[in-house]
Ligand binder design. Structure first.
Ligand code: G3P
Length: 217
């Protein structure tokens, strides 16, 4: 399973990259705003900075909600760096733009996916990634992981190559359950990724090893 970090925070991206397990980055307009990145030039420069830090795919979201605007913005984003993936919202115009870009061999990520039907349309449009938001479904008392299972089944039934990018991951168990289901990618905060490191028996065992070593040396 690929590990993407879901942030526009440069320090966190660098820290995840330094672990050696990072496969890419996802961003969205909210995450950019959270870091105080505003204005077209600053946003474009920020994407370039992120691409220079990581080796893998970097999802950059369009703001337009009409086909022509999405194509215009998407082409500018794709021209920025070969690692850029055009992130498009799951609306009719977004699906049209997804088909447009996939026909041209440009990578896409269809975002704000909350149902199996939406994921099916994204795959039909040739999306590279589909982003179901499992945490936000859990927030409204709906089983987000069940959606990932449904999408996995549908994509496997027809050998769709669209990768399931489980998004809106909130904690370590989301990551583990996504791995069990067969999600191709997960994107989550640094806290969830680093949370996978933790086990008290590891800490206790390491302390004992070091203590015993000191006794004999
Ligand atoms: O990748 C999607 C993500 O940014 C949304 O996460 O936690 O705002 O639901 P969240």
């Amino acid at each position: 399973m690929k590990f993407f970090i879901d942030t526009a925070n440069i320090d966190q991206i660098k820290e995840a990259q330094s672990l050696g397990i990072l496969d890419g980055v996802t961003t969205n307009p909210s995450l950019m705003a959270k870091e105080g990145i505003t204005g077209y030039d600053n946003i474009m420069n920020h994407y370039k900075t992120i691409c220079d830090i990581v080796d893998g795919d970097v999802s950059a979201e369009v703001i337009a909600i009409d086909f022509d605007g999405m194509v215009r913005e998407g082409e500018a984003l794709a021209a920025l760096h070969p690692q850029i993936v055009i992130k498009l919202p799951m609306i009719a115009e977004g699906i049209k733009a997804c088909k447009y870009f996939s026909d041209k061999g440009v990578k896409t990520n269809v975002t704000l996916v909350f149902s199996a039907g939406q994921a099916l349309l994204a795959a039909k449009a040739g999306a590279t990634y589909v982003s179901p938001f499992l945490g936000r479904l859990d927030d409204v008392s709906t089983d987000g992981l069940a959606l990932i299972e449904e999408i996995r089944l549908i994509y496997d039934n027809y050998a769709f190559e669209t990768q399931i990018l489980s998004a809106s991951i909130r904690h370590t168990m989301h990551i583990i359950e996504c791995a069990k289901i067969g999600s191709d990618v997960m994107t989550g905060p640094l806290s969830a990724i680093k949370g996978l490191l933790n086990h008290p028996l590891t800490d206790i065992g390491l302390a004992k090893f070091l203590e015993d070593y000191k006794k004999g040396n």
